[in-house]
Design a protein around this ligand. Structure first.
Ligand code: 1HN
Length: 349
């Protein structure tokens, strides 16, 4: 659009826009550039949350209301580029949840899928679709869409703290969200603990198995014990990838794809002193340091991250990582959704 126009022409156009506006019409030529950007221009900022700041506030919230009162007692990670939107990146919701000894977060279900990444737990559990799993530090736990879920803490010792990641903004974008509450606080547990791992998570599968949760992985809990052992064995055999270090992605045994239809997740080991080469991609990523210490550089901003610290890396931001100590880092993003829609892009330098 040529913007060297006379005031008279500008006025004529504005008058026209006013008239067509009354007929629920708008001129594309005024908005075309914003609708079809040359490259992703995120409104979100690279940002870090330090566990040392967040944990005391989460514990303080534990004195303000019970898990049951809150339904879910969570401090939401709000990207400072878009405060008030309950988003850590453009599409992803993330928060940190607290359950105190004896508490229950009551059973409900919804269209959105959720992941839990466990930071602290001594006797914490979550029940999903009739099966219960014990939560342990580093476990990556799946709540498929439309599955009943409740969480609790049976032991008398210590808080249970984890990070929730949900695809609810994608579901809401499509205006496709439903939810329901169960009459009972806890759902009935009808399976023995470990059922899903035995059936689907041991490199085997029942004869004639069909996927119990549609396009979501049937593996309920990718335990840290198993994931870490695999990652370290691979790290001991190969040189780190220049861009990704040693990285293993969580996989759905039915199709080898990402564990959830809209959410991707992976686990990375960076040996002490190793620095990744710059990468950028269109998925909005959330990184959580599980072990060690990492310096991240995102679009020229530097963040030093220790255990349980979180980092938001929005779409198309250059990122690189350096491990100042041997590090293990968990990450999730909307890459799984983007790949299904054929819109995922990545660039490596
Ligand atoms: C939810 O169901 C949980 O089940 C946590 O623990 C956080 C945030 C928004 C919507 C539903 C949970 C949530 C949530």
């Amino acid at each position: 659009m040529d913007d060297r126009i006379t005031p008279a022409v500008a006025q004529k156009r504005q008058e026209f826009y006013g008239r067509i506006g009354q007929k629920a019409l708008a001129p594309l030529w005024e908005s075309l550039k914003g609708l079809v950007p040359r490259a992703p221009a995120t409104k979100f900022l690279p940002h870090a949350w330090h566990y040392g700041d967040v944990r005391p506030l989460l514990m303080e919230s534990g004195g303000l209301l019970t898990a049951e009162e809150a339904e879910r007692r969570v401090l939401v990670f709000e990207n400072p580029g878009q405060p008030g939107t309950s988003r850590i990146t453009a599409t992803m919701y993330a928060g940190m949840q607290l359950i105190l000894p004896g508490e229950v977060a009551p059973a409900h279900k919804h269209t959105a899928s959720a992941l839990r990444f466990v930071l602290e737990s001594n006797g914490g559990y979550t029940s999903v679709a009739g099966e219960r799993t014990t939560m342990r530090r580093g476990d990556f736990i799946i709540t498929p869409n439309d599955a009943w879920h409740d969480h609790g803490q049976d032991q008398s010792t210590g808080p249970v703290i984890w990070v929730d990641g949900l695809d609810l903004h994608i579901v809401n974008f499509f205006e496709a969200a439903f939810s329901e509450h169960l009459n009972d606080k806890k759902q009935m547990v009808v399976k023995r603990e470990g059922d899903s791992i035995a059936r689907f998570g041991s490199g085997m599968m029942p004869f004639n198995a069909t996927s119990p949760f549609g396009k979501t992985t049937p593996i309920f809990n990718y335990t840290y014990e198993t994931s870490r052992r695999a990652l370290m064995q691979v790290a001991g055999a190969d040189a780190p990838d220049p861009h990704f270090g040693h990285a293993l992605r969580y996989a759905n045994p039915f199709d080898g794809g990402w564990p959830m239809p809209l959410i991707a997740a992976w686990l990375t080991h960076l040996p002490k002193g190793f620095e990744t080469k710059p990468v950028r991609s269109t998925d909005g990523q959330t990184w959580i340091v599980v072990e060690g210490e990492v310096t991240a550089e995102v679009e020229g901003k530097t963040f030093t991250l220790g255990e349980n610290d979180l980092l938001a890396v929005p779409s198309w931001c250059w990122r690189k990582f350096r491990a100042s100590k041997d590090a293990v880092v968990f990450a999730f993003s909307d890459r799984s959704a983007q790949e299904k829609l054929s819109i995922f892009s990545e660039e490596r330098r």
